[in-house]
Design a protein around this ligand. Structure first.
Ligand SMILES: Cc1cc2nc3c(=O)[nH]c(=O)nc-3n(C[C@H](O)[C@H](O)[C@H](O)COP(=O)(O)OP(=O)(O)OC[C@H]3O[C@@H](n4cnc5c(N)ncnc54)[C@H](O)[C@@H]3O)c2cc1C
Length: 337
């Protein structure tokens, strides 16, 4: 049978209205099911995407009794929230490795520039929110001029230590056993970091306008020598306690000094996402009207209560706290008769 757009949409509505969609975790459709899972069906569909939905419609039109298993919460009528909230530092890609490494400059003589060779932010932006600093679309040239962007640094910064700082955890380090070289020389050899004797030549290697990069470096140096980053307010020194060397190094801003000079591409490197089904304080998943969906619960990062700005260390605590809350809510439910 041919499925037209009209029969497809009609079929989607009909199957949803009939409670035909069964989310793996959901209970909304389970109201239509026996308490014991001993239902028989002519056809079992796994996944309610385009292909699954088409198969359901065709099978139902052919008179079959169909049951669908679908893992997404929308299939059970859930509202979604925080779908564009990410915790996302900037990082480096080493060819051959499965994930990226976060940048963490140990020395203060560095800047970030975009593909036009210009600074665009205080480089000390909150590590978890860097995505908001780079995710800008150029509406004229239809490009993302900050993805990738570049870190530019001097010889003193190269010898100070790995530009991923003192990182000791993460998939690349713990699972892929990658060892970043102490003086960054191995990464220069691999081409992850490029080097040149002058800023002009460095600009050519990373394909940014040389006159812009020279001007940017000169401007940075003269402003820092004069005592303040007037463009973006990156401080000179960190006051108070330092939790992470580098990311919060006591000395934050210094002029870019003697060469050779170095640059590396930086990309958004996602740590975690906060989106998913919206929940209430009891861990019940809500529909778009704020009504709890019967016997559907959530906890943790999937549909996290945290919105745009990651609150340091709160994903793990939320996972533990809401795991307990949702567990308590479930335990207090009365059995279906
Ligand atoms: C590198 C890194 C550093 C982080 N640092 C911090 C930090 O310092 N502090 C902090 O608070 N948070 C941190 N986070 C975030 C935090 O670790 C997570 O938010 C938290 O672990 C999420 O817990 P969870 O139980 O919600 O999800 P997860 O730990 O992702 O658990 C989900 C589980 O479900 C399983 N699963 C998935 N699909 C299915 C399926 N269809 N069927 C059955 N099982 C399935 C997965 O295999 C997994 O075991 C970090 C995250 C990363 C990646």
């Amino acid at each position: 049978m041919q499925v037209t757009k009209r029969t497809f949409l009609k079929g989607l509505l009909a199957t949803a209205a009939a409670g035909g969609v069964v989310s793996q975790a959901s209970a909304k459709p389970q109201a239509d099911l026996p308490a014991k899972w001993d239902r028989e069906a002519d056809v079992v569909i796994l996944g309610y995407g385009g292909a699954g939905a088409s198969a359901v419609i065709t099978a139902k039109d052919a008179g079959a009794d169909v049951v669908i298993f679908e893992k997404t919460a929308q299939a059970a009528g859930a509202d979604l929230w925080h779908m564009n909230a990410l915790s996302c530092p900037l990082g480096l890609v080493v060819p051959g490795l499965k994930t990226a490494l976060q940048i963490n400059m140990l020395a203060p003589s560095y800047i970030y520039v975009d593909q036009d060779g210009k600074r665009f932010a205080n480089e000390k932006m909150d590590n978890h929110t860097c995505i908001y600093g780079v995710n800008v679309l150029d509406p004229i040239k239809h490009r993302y001029p900050r993805i990738p962007c570049f870190v530019v640094f001097d010889e003193a910064a190269r010898v100070r230590g790995p530009i991923i700082g003192g990182a000791t955890s993460g998939y690349v380090l713990n699972r892929e056993n990658y060892k970043w070289s102490k003086d960054n020389s191995a990464e220069i050899e691999k081409g992850v970091i490029v080097s040149a004797p002058t800023i002009e030549e460095l600009a050519k290697k990373i394909n940014v306008p040389a006159e812009n990069l020279v001007e940017t470096v000169n401007r940075w140096n003269s402003q820092i020598n004069a005592g303040a980053d007037k463009d973006f307010g990156r401080p000179l020194e960190k006051k108070g306690k330092v939790a992470f060397e580098g990311r919060e190094a006591p000395v934050i801003s210094r002029p870019i000094g003697d060469g050779p000079y170095y640059a590396a591409e930086l990309y958004p490197t996602i740590l975690n996402t906060q989106g998913g089904p919206r929940r209430n304080k009891l861990g019940q998943v809500l529909d778009p009207f704020g009504k709890p969906i019967a016997r559907l619960y959530s906890a943790g990062e999937l549909g996290s209560m945290w919105g745009h700005i990651y609150q340091g260390a709160t994903n793990n605590s939320e996972a533990c706290v809401f795991g307990r809350i949702a567990g308590r809510t479930v335990a207090n439910e009365t059995p279906w008769s």
